[in-house]
Write a protein that binds this ligand. Structure first.
Ligand code: GLN
Length: 277
């Protein structure tokens, strides 16, 4: 026989042996996900016997995590801006970094028509719609499977957001007040060096081409045609991409008042620019 406490410990040991960095936390989250047990209930019941069924199911979840499947892809959920988002292998897990983008767009989002380019799970545009009285909100993505996830998230969060399958601006019509984007921005060569967890996320959500700038080039050059005069382009960037992205913007004389902001960890994280006269 095995108790809940022993099961948790064996899960943790298994994860440690596979070098999973947050082994203790992940072992707990998987037990919580499987049993629905709160931490308090666990402390009350930890010496109770676990059924064979729970034990087998728990160990198979631990096995998935040992294979470096991201925790959130196993549990199917990630919190972002205080909302729950469903995630699977077709979308990038929403990052805390990206909350910086949402927080900096919110102050001027009231009454605005907004497009989220490369929407993925829809976390950015759904959060904006929930947290501010915006006008029409649209999320675009090349991946049909990602858009299915985004649709599901809009429904579960009761947010009225439209989604469009589009290779960048190909199928986009009309003019927007704000275009936001957290595009794939990792240099192709760097992806191989990232953690195995990240490598199990969809490659098309990460790969920014040889210089990591492929999508910024397209967005910066094409957004002009889809932004109203005085409209804003708001981009998440990698910690080392501020100069590169600002230079791309400078090449386009219609953009004015460009600025960047840092995230909570003091990394450059977003660039905002405006379409001037
Ligand atoms: N916009 C989505 C997010 O921030 C997806 C980003 C991406 O796929 N690169 O999570």
């Amino acid at each position: 026989m095995i108790t809940y406490q022993e099961l948790l410990k064996s899960g943790e040991n298994e994860l440690v042996s596979s070098n999973i960095s947050d082994a203790e936390l992940d072992a707990w989250y998987l037990l919580e996900y499987l049993t629905g047990m709160s931490r308090a209930k666990f402390f009350l019941d930890r010496d109770m016997e676990v059924s064979d069924e729970i034990k087998d199911r728990y160990l198979s979840l631990i096995h998935m995590r040992k294979e470096h499947i991201p925790l959130q892809h196993i549990t199917g959920t990630q919190e972002f801006m205080g909302f729950d988002f469903f995630v699977n292998e077709n979308v990038l897990v929403p990052r805390q970094d990206t909350e910086c983008l949402v927080e900096n767009v919110l102050p001027f989002a009231h009454g605005k028509k907004i497009l989220d380019m490369c929407t993925g799970s829809g976390c950015i545009i759904i959060s904006l719609k929930k947290l501010e009285e915006t006008a029409e909100c649209t999320g675009a993505d090349i991946s049909k499977k990602a858009l299915e996830v985004a649709q599901k998230n809009a429904a579960s969060n009761e947010a009225e957001v439209y989604f469009k399958e589009s290779d960048m601006f190909e199928k986009i019509n009309g003019k927007y007040d704000i275009i936001v984007s957290n595009p794939p921005y990792i240099k192709k060569d760097v992806i191989k060096k990232l953690s195995k967890d990240v490598q199990n996320e969809p490659i098309i959500a990460l790969d920014g081409g040889k210089d990591g700038l492929v999508f910024y080039k397209k967005i910066v050059n094409e957004a002009i045609d889809y932004l109203k005069l005085g409209g804003y382009l708001c981009l998440e960037i990698g910690y080392d991409q501020k100069k590169d992205v600002m230079d791309l913007i400078k090449e386009n004389l219609q953009y004015i008042n460009t600025y960047s902001k840092k995230d909570l960890y003091d990394n450059d994280r977003i660039v905002v620019t405006k379409v001037g006269g």
